[in-house]
Design a protein around this ligand. Structure first.
Ligand code: NAD
Ligand code: UDP
Length: 313
């Protein structure tokens, strides 16, 4: 049995990860400030004697004897991370310093939830880990993108200077149950709009692309990455390379919900990436047989069921 700290553990991804780690027989400490996550996401875990939920902001130091740390704390949806840009940078930078300091003190392995946003609006397609990206350092997405890029720098520096056991996972767009209903990301927005027969809000002409990974595939990838030998540090892209335009996504969700929703077109936000698709060759070769298994429709069904239940209750 390991004792594992998950920061951001009551968020969308964190709650699934806590559940998985508990099911494997580990002790899990979930730390969250509930900025974009909610207690509701982990309420079913509270009776588990191996689970501890702590309200804490990782921009402040935190001490606990742990074997592993998954550093997931950071708002991920543009609406949330732009709400307080300075706080978003602090969470990625000061939060990483605090968690790396903890890992150093207790000798824990530490995994950083990095992001495909480190590639910005990519000029290379699909994106391999060697691509250095096209990021606007002063745009509306920069608090998130540059914060995450700096976190990668910190992780790498702690490895070089203090020989820490680090892992950097570059996560591509992930969806599934427990995304927040109003977090503004495209899958949750379209599903909620379609279920309620409201207009589907397409940003720009909807020809921009994303590659969507179901939550179970991501959790599997993160756990396998944590369990790789110490020589494997990443960055490693974890995503599903099946690429869809935003319009295609809207049509699929409308079909799956038998919705009467119509499409409406809104302005494309500044610096919205035109295309995104991971090159996952490195993950396929390194993560002990991992590959994305859940196709878009198979993943959208439980996601839509989840939102239907929430909206009906
Ligand atoms: P989320 O917003 O649901 O979860 C983030 C969690 O972190 C929330 O519970 C939030 O309350 C918590 N948090 C935020 N700031 C904090 C702070 N200062 N101290 C403590 N807790 C804090 O988002 P998510 O989709 O679950 O994303 C989890 C992680 O994965 C994030 O680091 C995100 O950048 C990364 N990621 C997600 C995706 C995706 O598609 N979902 C893609 C790339 C990277
Ligand atoms: N998007 C959209 N309508 C929405 C929400 C998002 O068309 O209601 C678009 C958004 O402009 C972007 C894509 O969907 O091009 C993915 O947006 P999301 O915020 O989910 O993720 P990210 O842009 O961070 O990949």
């Amino acid at each position: 049995m390991k004792r594992i700290l998950v920061t951001g553990g009551s968020g969308f991804i964190g709650s699934h990860l806590c559940e998985r780690l508990l099911n494997e027989g580990n002790e899990v400490i979930c730390v969250d400030n509930f900025f974009s996550g909610s207690k509701q996401n982990v309420i079913h875990l509270l009776d588990n004697k191996n689970f501890e939920l702590i309200r804490h902001d990782i921009t402040m130091p935190f001490f606990a004897e742990v074997d592993e740390i998954y550093n997931l704390a950071c708002p991920a949806s543009p609406i949330h991370y732009q709400h307080n840009a300075i706080k978003t940078v602090k969470t990625s930078v000061m939060g990483s310093i605090n968690m790396l300091g903890l890992a150093k003190r207790v000798g824990a392995k530490i995994l950083q939830a990095s992001t495909s946003e480190v590639y910005g609006d990519p000029l290379v397609h699909p994106q391999p880990e060697s691509y250095r990206g096209n990021v606007n350092p002063i745009g509306p997405r920069s608090c998130y993108d540059e914060g995450k890029r700096c976190a990668e720098t910190l992780f790498t520096s702690y490895r070089e200077q203090h020989n820490l056991k680090i892992k950097i996972a570059r996560i591509f767009n992930t969806y599934g149950p427990r995304m927040s209903v109003n977090d503004g990301r495209v899958v949750s927005n379209f599903a909620v709009q379609a279920i309620q027969n409201k207009d589907i809000t397409i940003c720009g002409d909807g020809k921009q692309t994303r590659s969507f990974m179901y939550i179970d595939d991501l959790v599997e990838g993160l756990v396998r990455m944590m369990n790789t030998p110490d020589s494997v540090t990443g960055p490693i892209n974890i995503g599903n390379p099946n690429e869809f335009s935003i319009l295609e996504l809207a049509y699929r969700i409308i079909a799956l919900t038998n919705s009467k929703s119509k499409l409406i077109f809104k302005a494309l936000p500044q610096d919205d990436p035109a295309q995104r698709k991971p090159d996952i060759s490195l993950a396929l070769n390194t993560l002990n047989g991992w590959k994305p298994r859940v196709e878009l429709e198979a993943g959208l069904k439980p996601t839509i069921d989840y939102f239907s239940k929430i909206l009906n209750s």
